[in-house]
Design a protein around this ligand. Structure first.
Ligand SMILES: [Zn+2]
Length: 263
């Protein structure tokens, strides 16, 4: 795009515009590069971008192993089916690899196969996380999650620790995407989220094998993960039902910076 730029006191200068100038021009700097080319550098002021308002609902999410996530509104996000297939194949190739003689050509080939499959598994996981996090920040205005087990590793959460790598990526992606989508991610105290009754808030002890939450106090009988998701939601919305809900809320500001690495 060849245009003229008027600069006092030099008059008109022919310029090649590399990009549109948006906003109000504050300063102009003319500089000469080592190559001998002249550049006109504009510094502009743009109106602050107002995050678009998201009119979605508030949701609590319980992250699991068998199903990836259970939402407090009853929706369930399953782990992608090919995950398991890839992971089984990876375990098989890795066994093969370890059987090969060191320095042999078969071992080298096996090593490449392992690396390639690792890459594929990682790609699949990343694609999956991108897809669901985009959907979630578009659908909801506030998303409540448990503070990750790695941050607060209680005995209760020990079992969940296995899948933590995937979860922390999920949480970081969610926090980073939320910003631009007018959505807020809130982390709550994970203590007893599976044991507390989402209706009467009494503690109902259950081990990992019990899939249902059957409350002997108020009679509530629902899926255990759904109950946990509801407890998480209640902890994120103090004053809207739920005892001692205040004080558990921590907004994910500290995670935002790190989260940009996943964009
Ligand atoms: Zn109850």
């Amino acid at each position: 795009m060849n245009e003229k730029l008027t600069v006092t006191p030099f008059g008109e200068i022919a310029i090649k515009k590399h990009r549109e100038i948006k906003g109000r021009i504050k300063t102009l700097t003319l500089k000469r590069e080592a190559s001998g080319k002249w550049f006109a550098v504009f510094c502009v002021e743009t109106p602050e971008e107002i995050p678009r308002e998201n009119k979605g609902k508030t949701v609590g999410i319980d992250l699991g192993l068998k199903t990836f996530a259970t939402l407090s509104d009853g929706e369930v996000i399953k782990n992608p089916r090919h995950f398991k297939k890839h992971e089984e194949r990876l375990a098989f190739i890795q066994r093969e690899f370890s059987k090969r003689k060191k320095g042999g050509s078969n071992r080298k080939r096996a090593k490449i196969r392992v690396a390639k499959l690792h890459e594929k598994v990682a790609d699949t996981r990343r694609d999956f996380l991108h897809k669901i996090t985009t959907q979630l920040v578009d659908d909801y205005s506030v998303i409540a999650l448990e503070k990750l087990a790695s941050q607060e590793m209680s005995e209760e959460n020990y079992g969940k620790f296995i899948n933590d790598a995937g979860w922390s990526k999920f949480a970081k992606m969610l926090a980073y995407k939320a910003e631009g989508a007018g959505c807020r991610v809130v982390f709550v105290d994970p203590k007893d989220t599976t044991q507390e009754c989402s209706n009467c808030h009494k503690i109902v002890q259950k081990d990992l094998t019990e899939r249902m939450h059957n409350c002997p106090f108020c009679g509530l009988s629902i899926d255990r993960d759904l109950n946990a998701a509801r407890v998480i939601l209640i902890r994120a919305t103090p004053g809207q039902g739920g005892s001692n809900a205040s004080g558990n809320v921590a907004i994910a500001t500290s995670m935002k910076e790190e989260a940009h690495a996943y964009s």
